[in-house]
Design a protein around this ligand. Structure first.
Ligand SMILES: [Zn+2]
Ligand SMILES: [Zn+2]
Length: 156
């Protein structure tokens, strides 16, 4: 089992509660294709029963909702594929690196990699107070996790 595997329940809950399908007429200008696979979005299939998606069916757009600052629009198949991949980045938005899930098994190495990523995001953050504060809060949270993992014998 990959170390960062997110449980099926969590994946299903996230897809049901934190993504909404967008029909073609509701797509913002310039966002008519999936940022992950680059394929042009298809119309939403209203008869579709989540979460399984037939690999031959063209994917439609879903928007991430109720997830802090992340409101990204990605393909329905690609978002599920990312979350189920069990990779160190599987709990994050591939566009903005916002953490959709708490990573299941953070090791010190993972935390440090996430901290580096957060610092990179911070470096490119517009100097808007809200956005900057959110980025700083994230870094602070990661530093706390490092502190905790240093106190945890499992990682020494
Ligand atoms: Zn895609
Ligand atoms: Zn995002």
């Amino acid at each position: 089992m990959p170390p960062n595997r997110i449980t099926n329940d969590k994946v299903q809950n996230f897809l049901a509660r934190n993504t909404v399908p967008l029909s073609l007429s509701n797509l913002p200008a310039g966002q008519t294709s999936c940022p992950i696979c680059r394929n042009t979005y298809a119309e939403v299939d209203r008869h579709y029963v989540p979460p399984l998606m037939d690999p031959d069916v063209p994917e439609w757009a879903v928007q991430v909702v109720r997830c802090g600052d992340c409101n990204h629009i990605v393909g329905r198949r690609c978002i599920e594929r990312c979350i189920r991949a069990g990779e160190p980045w599987s709990h994050m938005c591939p566009m903005c690196r916002h953490e959709w899930f708490v990573p299941p098994h953070s090791t010190r190495t993972d935390i440090i990699a996430r901290l580096r990523m957060a610092l990179t995001v911070l470096a490119y953050t517009q100097r808007d107070t809200t956005e900057l504060q959110a980025a700083l809060d994230h870094v602070e949270e990661l530093l706390r996790e490092i502190e905790n993992s240093l106190l945890d014998r499992r990682y020494i």
